[in-house]
Design a protein around this ligand. Sequence first.
Ligand code: FES
Length: 124
Amino acid sequence: MYNPTVIDHFKNPRNVGSLPDPDGQGYAENSVCGDATTLYLRVTEGRIAEAKFRTFGCAAAIAASSALTEMLKGRSIDEALRIRKEDVAGVLGGLPPTKLHCSILAEDAVRAAVDDYRKRQSGT
Ligand code: FES
């Protein structure tokens, strides 16, 4: 069902965990299945220096979160916001059609984390 890249990210997820005092933290949940991701960002001089995640979910959601954290490193905040679920699935070499929706958790988590980052920056 899954290609070797997805299986690798699922079995050996990159950047699992949390960051103490993150610059941005975002939570996203799939209301249909209940799977959820929390994404933590460290931002240095406007670029994402570190990204970690905790995902409670299916293999595709975990693989997507893992790939996402690798994609985020070095990107500006605006560049991070342009990441779409199709981009994450593309980095994974594709997801089965019935699992494509699982990568939306990654896209939603980025938006939530960036929102949080911007709120912290503005002091609100
Ligand atoms: S089945 Fe819920 S995110 Fe994959």
